[in-house]
Structures are given as C-alpha cells and as structure tokens.
Design a protein around this ligand. Structure first.
Ligand code: GTP
Length: 730
C-alpha cells in the first residue's frame, strides 16, 4: 500500500531546538492525560512559559480526531483582502488564542516573520491547528502578493478545501484570479467569504456578480447581508431562514444573536430570504440529481417544508463536485460573520477521505505547527497536516512514499492509467501527487557575501531557502563567477536578502536588479564543429553537424531531433551527453547570455572516435550549437506583464499618462465603485520601482498587481538600446 505524506517544508531556522520541543512534548502529554477531551488547556498552557505563547489557549487539538472530522483548509485571496485578519478571528473564536491580533498592530499569530509584521503582509504560509464544534481544522494562511505565488501553490497541494476571501468593495481582483486558477488546477473545493462588508463602497451584489463573471463560477448565496458599509450589522442564513446579529456592545464579536425570521418582526427581510432560499433550492437541484429527485418527489409544492439539513447535504455534494461555490459574507475587522464561516467550513468543505488523495502516514519525527512554534508528536492519523524536519533531499512539491516498491507500483499504475487518457480522477492521479508548478523568475541580481570566507555560508543559506521556495533560483555567472539570485519580483528578492541577514546572520550585498530577458532565433542555420583533443594517451575526437531553427510553440526547453541515420545506432550514454550539450548551449544566448527559447536543434551527423569521453561529446555539441545560434538572425524577448491598477477616479489621468511613457498597452478601463481599474500590459523593464512612483502619483490611493503574461519580441530600436547599454556603449 502506498503511503503519501504531504510535505510542507519550512526552514529549520524557524523551529525551536529539539531540546525545548522534547520538554514541551513531555509536559503537554502529561497534562493531556489529566484532561477530558474538549476541555481547554488554558491553565496548563500558561504554566509552560516559553513553550507556547501565553495567548494560545487550547491544546487538546493534539489528540487525533476521526478522519471524517478533519478539515485541511487554506485561506487564499488577493493581497489585503483580509486573510490574516479573518484567520485571527477564526483562531480567537475557536479558543486557540485569548486575544484578537491585528495586522495593523503587527501582532497576529500567522504573520510571525519579522518582515510580515513590519510590512503588514503575509509572505510565508503559516499553519495552525484548532478545533471547532468537534471538528479538527488544520488551516494555512497564504500570501496574497503576486511575488509569492509559489508559496500559495505549495500550500494548495496539501489542502483539501479552501476559503477564498474577497474585499467586498472590490470583488474579484487580479491575484484572486491567479489563486482561483491554481485551486482549479489542484481540484480544490472552495467557499467564498465576502469580507469588508463594513467598508465604504462594499457591495454584496457587485462582489457576487464579479465571482460569476470573472471567475466563471456559480455562486450559491447561503447568506444575505443585513445592511452594507456603515450600516452592516449581521447576516441572514438563507438555508435556515434565521437572522444573525452581532451585539454592538460586545467588542470582540463573540456574542451574537441567532433568531428565526418572523413575519411580524421582519416581513420584508423574510420575503427576500424566502425568495433567495427558493432560488438556492432550484439552483442546487439543477446541479445535483439526487437532490432534484428529493425536491420533486416530496417538496415541489412547498419548498418551505424542505429541512435545512437536506439542503446542506446537497450543498456539500455540489461544493465537492465544484459545480458551484457557497458564498458567505461578513467583516473580519468588525468581528462579524466569522462563526458562520467556520460552520460552513466544517459543513461544506471535504474531509481528507472525501478528497482525491489517500493517506496512511508513518514517519519517525513529526511536529504539529502552532504558527511559528512547534510541538513534537509521536504519531498522526490519516488526513492531518504536520511538519517534519531533518529531511536531507526532500523539497517542496515532493511526495514521500513508504517504500521503493510502493513507489514503483504507483508509477506502473500511473503508466497504465496514463494510457486510458480520458478517465478523469484515475486511481493513479489520486496516488501520485503532481509536483508544484514553479513559475519562471523574471528578475535577477548578483549577491555577494561580506568576505570570501563567508561564501560557503551563503551557499548553505541559499540552498536551504531554495528547498523551501523553489521559485527562488540560484546560478553561477560563468563569466564573473558571481552568485546570481533569480526571483519573482523586487519584493521577493528583497525578502530573501533580509532573511539571509536575519535567519543566517549574513550581511550580503546585492547587485542592481535586472530583468530576466530571453532570446530566440528567426531563421534556420547549420553549423559543423570538430573537437580533437589528446589527454594523456587517449584521443578524444568528435565531429558534429547541427541545425537550429525557430519553432512555433513557446518553450524554454529546446526541441531535440535526430537525423534517422544517427538515431539508430546511438548509445544511451552518448544521447544523454548530446542532450546535455544542447541544453547547456541554449542556457546562454549569443546576444545577452539569456536563455534561448522556441528553438529546435536537429543533429544531422555525428562521428565519435572510440574511447572519446561523454564530457567531450557534450562539449563539442554545445560549442557547435552555440556556433549555429550565433550565425542565425537573433531576437531579444522581454517579459511582458499583465498589469491591473486600481485608482481613485481623480488620479486616473496621471496614472494613464505615466503608463504611456512606460510602453504600457491599456486594454480596458473598468469602473469599480468609486475607483477606476486600468487593465493592460506593460514590459517588466519599464515597471521597476513602480510602487513608489504610483504612491507619489496618487497620494497613496492606488494599488496594483503584476503577473507575467508572456515573453514578447522587443522592437529593433529598444533592442538596440538595450544591447548598447549592456555592452557599455551608452
Ligand atoms: N474595513 C475593513 N478592513 C479590513 C477588514 N479585514 C481586514 N481589513 C484591513 O485590510 C488590511 C489588510 O488585511 P490583512 O488581514 O493583512 O489582509 P491579507 O489578505 O492577509 O493581506 P496579505 O497577506 O498581505 O495578502 C488591514 O489594514 C486590515 O485591517 C474588514 O473586514 N473591514
């Protein structure tokens, strides 16, 4: 039987020493023995100073619950939609913390990195475990900033469900689309939470429409807001026809009143709710045959008689099938609507046994996360999320299996299943988890240690950071010998720089940030080359002829083809050597030394003298391919970004004028409440340092999101300017 352990690697620097953990572990387990299940461990917890922060109240979540009662969920959204604030409320109402943290005060549980607290943003996902009404919830708060897309992706792989948080005044924003697509890719059932209902400009209707239009999702309105913006005071539960009002006198939102809607008290609201409930029943019946039969057979005359539980069960099925998404609303900041959101998480999102992956864990050292603190536990039952440390070669995105034979069996099954291409959700797909998709880095810069003697320390730090965050790439510049960092954006590289200083105690120096260009060729060319070298008494002789031509499809990996006469007699080791040579030649284009994309390399002839080493074969092929690339007509490709700027009406003109100067191509200007949303494309090279410029232009009122769209050919004039600048001519 295959055993999958879902790995969520975190830097070992963030984990307290084993010694502390061991003591903690002993004490916690000792206290647990004396406790009945579901009794908060508050007193015992505070008697363990330094072990778990004083504000963490409940530890009974260490006991393993039945798998059906586990929910592994993530919170995802556009930057600033309120994920962290929502998470803080969730932790507070579930009894995990004793006081409410605030992102603006920098004292939240999940934003525990110094950089997160200083900047008020989430950078690294944080995992926390708590209980809600008999359910165990393992929750991950993910970052919203586009630079940390990979961090979101690595989380999605270990989740069974997600809560998508929206700013109700903005609806679907650029990064919401990105994370939504990622969740689609990983087949993650979702519920939507329209947050910030208290904010000026908040509109339930507008946000729901944007979910329908932009995400092409079918929203199931499980709630209606009572009031909006300043008047927002609660929600109506459409399924049960109850109103939930938060007590204005209770600051922390713990107390709220849940009452059935009555004709004599709320005739209008009741009418509106009944209509919404009838529409919901019809919508769910359209999507779920079992529910449709039930409604038609027993309740077609009067939907009011349909029990809430039957509707909830059907909504659960529809959510799992991902044919529609439940929508709830509230205001995390004003402490309204969080408890029903938690109810919805347990009611509608899947347990691990309802999702696509099978688990049965067995590992020697496991840690249970409490944000930045960890408790070592002896074992964990299926479906939970835990951390593990000390793995030497495993990186984010890997799947661990119990033995080689189970991995081989799974791979064989995957191969067989792969043949039956159209079978969806095949067993193989469930067994072998797809690795994370690593986005291409678009920026790079050199990094230097304070002294040569610190170079090994820097290499160690970068190796650790890369295992945790594969979107960070590190390479050596072959000409200067310098270490080069490649990342997703200015902020990404800045944070890495900062982490090297704080977590590894190394003060490093960054070179200027540069755009990661690519190159391609425009015509077919041939080249031949011979390498003849005698080393000792051995002669290495290779003669090769290659053709390089442009391809139609976009790929940074060269297409490799062989003339028929060569392919037949080629040894596997020689073929590997040839392909290594081609790949290494395509890593450094002739114009800027940037990777070559969209090329096919055909090997037309090859003669290898007996005894020639594979290194020499690679070297000769690589040189020959470089020769061919140099002969061809060449083109620089630059990263083109999707840009979305949200700006107050009054500042639209200066923003547009500025974008025109940056070679921006505006596609659309939308109106979103009182704001204008400018959507378009802009070359990455023109948008460096944009946040500062935009802040100045709009008195800090605008926000923007950037995402790589494609690599586009530069026009000859811009290309010449760039090449001259690089060669030091201008
Ligand atoms: N008016 C209002 N503001 C809110 C609400 N929830 C959060 N905010 C504010 O919105 C800002 C962003 O909140 P966060 O919780 O950090 O948002 P986030 O989505 O975690 O942000 P990132 O992790 O950086 O993507 C903060 O200033 C919050 O105080 C809400 O319900 N209403």
């Amino acid at each position: 039987m295959l055993t999958n352990l879902r790995i969520f690697a975190m830097s070992h620097q963030t984990i307290p020493s084993v010694c502390i953990n061991n003591i903690c572990c002993y004490k916690i387990r000792a206290s647990l023995k004396r406790l009945k299940p579901h009794v908060p461990l508050g007193r015992n917890c505070s008697s363990l100073p330094g072990l778990i922060g004083n504000d963490i109240k409940s530890l009974h979540s260490i006991i393993n619950p039945p798998i059906a009662k586990i929910r592994n969920i993530g919170i995802m959204a556009h930057i600033d939609a309120g994920k962290t604030t929502t998470t803080e409320r969730i932790l507070y109402y579930s009894g995990y913390t004793r006081s409410l943290g605030d992102v603006d005060d920098g004292d939240t549980v999940t934003d525990f990195m110094a950089q997160e607290r200083e900047r008020g943003i989430t950078i690294q996902s944080a995992a926390v475990t708590f209980d809600w009404k008999g359910y165990r919830v393992n929750l991950i708060d993910t970052p919203g900033h586009v630079d940390f897309t990979l961090e979101v992706e690595r989380c999605l792989r270990v989740l069974d469900g997600a809560v998508a948080v929206f700013d109700a005044s903005a609806g679907v924003e650029a990064q919401t689309l990105t994370v939504w697509r990622q969740a689609d890719k990983h087949n993650i059932p979702r519920i939507c939470f329209l947050n910030k209902m208290d904010k000026t400009g908040a509109s339930f209707k507008y946000a729901v429409e944007s979910i329908r239009e932009k995400l092409k999702a079918k929203p199931l309105l499980l709630q209606l807001p009572i009031g909006e913006a300043k008047t927002f005071k609660g929600v109506v539960d459409v399924v049960t026809k109850e109103k939930l009002l938060w007590n204005c006198n209770s600051n922390d939102g713990k107390d709220f009143e849940r009452k059935p809607l009555l004709e004599m008290n709320d005739p209008e609201l009741l009418k509106e709710t009944t209509e919404a409930r009838n529409a919901l029943i019809e919508q769910v019946a359209d999507l779920d045959d079992e529910f449709a039969d039930l409604v038609l057979e027993e309740f077609s005359e009067n939907f009011d008689l349909l029990p809430a539980e039957k509707l909830q069960t059907a909504i659960h099925r529809v959510t799992l099938a991902q044919t529609a998404v439940p929508v709830l609303c509230g205001s995390a900041l004003k402490n309204k609507g969080i408890q029903p959101l938690l109810d919805a998480v347990t009611m509608y999102l899947p347990s691990p046994e309802e999702c696509n992956c099978e688990f049965l864990e067995r590992i020697s050292r496991l840690l249970l996360p409490f944000a930045d603190q960890h408790v070592e536990i002896p074992s964990l039952t299926a479906g939970n999320i835990a951390l593990t440390v000390g793995l030497k070669h495993t990186a984010t995105g890997d799947t661990i299996v119990s033995s080689k034979s189970s991995a081989l069996a799974a791979a064989r099954r995957a191969e067989r299943e792969g043949e039956k291409k159209h079978r969806q959700n095949s067993e193989a797909e469930r067994l072998v988890l797809a690795g994370v998709e690593i986005p291409e880095p678009v920026f790079f810069c050199t990094i230097e240690p304070p002294s040569v003697s610190k170079q090994p320390d820097l290499e160690h730090a970068l190796k650790c950071l890369q295992r945790e965050d594969p979107s960070l790439k590190v390479r050596l510049d072959p000409d200067s010998g310098q270490t080069v960092l490649c990342g997703m954006g200015e902020l990404h590289i800045e944070i890495i720089h900062d982490r090297i200083k704080r977590e590894y105690g190394l003060e490093t120096y960054l070179g200027p940030l540069q755009v990661a260009y690519r190159e391609t060729i425009l015509n077919s060319v041939r080249a031949t080359d011979t390498l003849d070298r005698t080393l000792g008494d051995k002669r290495h002789l290779v003669t090769v002829e290659v053709e390089a031509r442009p391809t139609e499809t976009t790929s940074v990996m060269p297409v490799i083809e062989y003339a028929e006469s060569i392919h037949e007699g080629l040894l596997k080791v020689s073929q590997e050597a040839i392909e290594n040579g081609i790949h290494s030649a395509c890593l450094q284009g002739p114009l800027l030394g940037s990777p070559i994309q969209d090329v096919a390399i055909t090997l037309h002839s090859l003669t290898i003298h007996p005894g020639t080493s594979t290194t020499m074969i690679s070297a000769c092929v690589s040189r020959c391919v470089q020769k061919a690339l140099k002969k061809a007509d060449k083109q620089v490709l630059e990263p083109l970004m999707n840009l979305e700027v949200t700006v107050a009406r009054d500042y639209l003109s200066p923003v547009l004028a500025d974008l025109a100067q940056r070679r921006g191509n505006i596609q659309e200007i939308q109106t979103r409440q009182d704001n204008k949303v400018v959507i378009g494309f802009v070359p990455l090279a023109e948008i460096m340092g944009y946040s500062t410029v935009l802040r100045t232009l709009t008195s800090g009122s605008a926000t923007f999101a950037l995402e790589l769209s494609t690599y586009q050919a530069m026009n000859p004039q811009d290309q010449n300017t760039l090449l001259n600048r690089r060669s030091g001519l201008t």
